[in-house]
Design a protein around this ligand. Structure first.
Ligand SMILES: C[S@@+](CC[C@H](N)C(=O)[O-])C[C@H]1O[C@@H](n2cnc3c(N)ncnc32)[C@H](O)[C@@H]1O
Length: 300
């Protein structure tokens, strides 16, 4: 879960999509200005997607905004950036959209549908170093999904200050908030969750990670943010009994990932954690898991 392979991102994407569908009504009304600019502007709406992975955030947001958009996709992992055209093409086929792709990594990828044209450019960049390319000049929207809980408080402060200076709107999707609900419950859920959460706070390259404190921290920074913070729950709801949804594989990956993180955090807890993992794996098809996430956004 901390090795962001394209396989893991593809596994979680349907749950991300459902989670963001649930959060969307809280933001819909405030998107009017972005929609207007994308639809009637003389230039495309300029969007920067931080830590884009294989492009899930584009797929979640671009059709909701509509019109003409130009996304700059930033990530430090060249393998994930290489995956973007394939992932976009698969999604576009399902939606009945057209995709045009050049052959080079720097070529513009275009997705087109009635009322929608999205140009995508990819850039391999280490965001932890906050290169000057992150000045966000002439950018309308700065966004990220599943990033905020990986970063540190000073890094987030720097990001918020830069976004505010640019006057861009911002939208951070899918930050974990620490809620977790297993059904059926297990006596060692609390132990594993406590260790897992400690592991989430380890340095992921940006300094000590905020983990589930990311959104509460953001709320406190209202003055830096400079506008009202809108937020809504975007929880993963994973029901192992629902065949054909990828739920069993998702639950297995989460159980294994949580157990590994818990063990890395406290090797002495190995017996309890491995026994928890075995019990949880045996129950996958009868398990319902809710993992709390929040979407937050600010429209200047
Ligand atoms: C949880 S994944 C989210 C990916 C994508 N936004 C999504 O929602 O599917 C976190 C992403 O952060 C990227 N990342 C982590 N550290 C980074 C860094 N220092 N610079 C740029 N990207 C980074 C990873 O490569 C990965 O794509």
């Amino acid at each position: 879960m901390t090795a962001f392979t394209s396989g893991w991102l593809a596994l979680r994407e349907p749950f991300d999509v459902a989670a963001r569908d649930a959060a969307w009504p809280a933001f819909a009304a405030q998107c009017g200005d972005l929609r207007r600019r994308a639809t009637h502007g003389a230039r495309p709406l300029a969007v920067v997607d931080l830590a884009c992975g294989s492009g899930a955030n584009v797929r979640a947001l671009a059709p909701r905004i509509g019109g003409w958009q130009r996304w700059q996709l930033l990530d430090h992992d060249p393998a994930l950036l290489t995956e973007v055209p394939r992932a976009m093409a698969g999604w576009a086929r399902e939606q009945g959209y057209r995709v045009q792709a050049g052959s080079g990594p720097r070529d513009v990828l275009r997705v087109e549908a009635p009322q929608l044209r999205v140009d995508l450019v990819r850039c391999c960049v280490d965001l932890a170093r906050m290169p000057d390319t992150m000045a966000f000049a002439q950018v309308d929207l700065v966004t990220a999904s599943a990033l905020l809980d990986l970063v540190s408080a000073p890094w987030l402060d720097m990001l918020l200050a830069r976004v505010r200076a640019s006057g861009a709107a911002w939208w951070w999707g899918l930050s974990v908030d620490g809620r977790i609900d297993w059904d059926p419950a297990d006596p060692d859920d609390a132990l594993v969750h406590r260790l897992f959460e400690q592991h989430q706070r380890r340095d992921k390259g940006f300094g000590p990670a905020l983990g589930p404190d990311a959104v509460p921290y953001l709320r406190q920074r209202q003055a830096v943010v400079g506008c009202t913070v809108l937020e809504a729950r975007s929880d993963w709801v994973i029901e192992g009994a629902r065949a054909g949804t990828g739920a069993s594989a998702m639950l297995e990956a989460l159980v294994a990932g949580m157990a590994d993180a818990a063990l890395a955090q406290q090797p002495a807890a190995a017996d309890a954690v491995r026994a928890w993992q075995a019990r949880r794996m045996a129950l996958v098809r009868h398990t319902r898991l809710v993992v709390g996430h929040l979407d937050v956004a600010g429209f200047a």
